[in-house]
Design a protein around this ligand. Structure first.
Ligand code: ZN
Length: 95
């Protein structure tokens, strides 16, 4: 449900949640009950990356109750060390 902004000539602007099907329904100022004009504003759009939104979603989802892990995450591969060079002539210096 979108949030619409209205402006009362006396009291200033106010906002009201309403279904899109009622976007043209008249609004009345919550303070003086006078009719108010709708103000066209920029829509609220996501300006974050999908990975950030997913991280925020998971953070909020587990804020009150931690998620139960049923499977361990895949292991990170350890960097492999180069194998030592085995020479048939241990007294010789090789590259
Ligand atoms: Zn007013």
């Amino acid at each position: 449900m979108p949030l619409y902004e209205f402006r009362c000539g006396t009291c200033g602007s106010f906002q009201e949640w309403r279904p899109m099907s009622e976007f043209d329904r008249p609004a009345y100022c919550p303070h003086c009950q006078a009719g108010a004009k709708r103000v066209i504003t920029a829509p609220l759009v996501y300006t974050t990356t999908p990975s950030y939104r997913k991280a925020r979603y998971l953070e909020e989802k587990s804020a009150h109750e931690p998620e139960v892990v049923v499977r361990q995450p895949p292991r990170q591969e350890q960097p492999t060390r180069p194998k030592p060079v085995v020479s048939r002539h241990p007294w010789a210096v090789s590259s």
